[in-house]
Design a protein around this ligand. Sequence first.
Ligand SMILES: NC(=O)c1ccc[n+]([C@@H]2O[C@H](COP(=O)([O-])OP(=O)(O)OC[C@H]3O[C@@H](n4cnc5c(N)ncnc54)[C@H](OP(=O)(O)O)[C@@H]3O)[C@@H](O)[C@H]2O)c1
Length: 289
Amino acid sequence: MARVTFLGLGVMGYPMAGHLARAGHEVTVYNRTTSKAEKWAAEHGGRHAATPREAAQDAEIVFACVGNDDDLRGVCLGEDGAFAGMASGALFVDHTTVSAAVTRELAAEADAKGLGFVDAPVSGGQAGAENGQLSVMCGGAQEHFDRAEPVIDAYAKICRRLGESGAGQLAKMANQIAIAGLVQGLSESLAFAEKAGLDGRALVEVISQGAAGSWQMVNRHGTMLDDHFEHGFAVDWMRKDLGICLDAADELSVSLPVTALVDQFYKEVQQMGGGRWDTSSLIKRLRRN
Ligand SMILES: NC(=O)c1ccc[n+]([C@@H]2O[C@H](COP(=O)([O-])OP(=O)(O)OC[C@H]3O[C@@H](n4cnc5c(N)ncnc54)[C@H](OP(=O)(O)O)[C@@H]3O)[C@@H](O)[C@H]2O)c1
């Protein structure tokens, strides 16, 4: 069992840190909004600290799951950042979805301070975090991955190293590129079925077991049919992710026409007031017509 710290108790981080505590690890948490850290500590019996630096002291591994590149820099760097509190030889594992560039920047900073760094973005959504069934894509030195993997196991269905620093984030980009067109396709299918007078649930029961089946279809059709989107993976986060994908594609001279189009559709959902709606809310655009 390890002494660990978790920074960021959002939709994902709160249950992930809970799995670490349930697995028997000694967990200290930090959250920017202190009330969530207090609630977590009361529920799971761990400690909470006032700053990332204080939370990271004495930890063998410090995990983070915050919002974007700047949020990650905020919890890692500076006087109150985790890096300032971590003991030499400790490991930082980042579960936030961020750019490969910030990952390499922070991994180099960590290395200069004698710390390890593993980028480890996740897929599987809120349900995957709550059920401990996430897919975890890692980048970093093999020896650092080997230390992180048995602890990550508390909330992972699969955890794999895909290469050096940044490789986990590049894999997450490939994941988001695959999802973008798929969710639009599912939205078009269900909107079409509605107009055609089909029973959506009966339809999905059949087609989800054929070649069109997907995680999104199985896990999201019910709430899409009910027009319910106050859960899951926020559109604001998806636009952040697609921005990262499109920037990386530019650098690699790769063309992503469908991803770019769906990004614009998500912009419309934001303009409809749906920044915090789940990404399956793409169907709401189609229902306007
Ligand atoms: N939700 C999903 O289905 C899902 C799936 C895969 C990956 N992800 C990725 O996982 C990350 C977290 O997602 P989430 O859905 O858990 O987000 P969330 O519910 O919005 O939680 C974000 C967390 O980060 C903290 N935070 C944000 N900015 C911060 C800052 N500048 N300094 C310190 N703490 C800060 C927030 O603190 P406060 O409580 O104070 O706001 C909160 O604890 C994102 O990168 C997202 O893209 C999400």
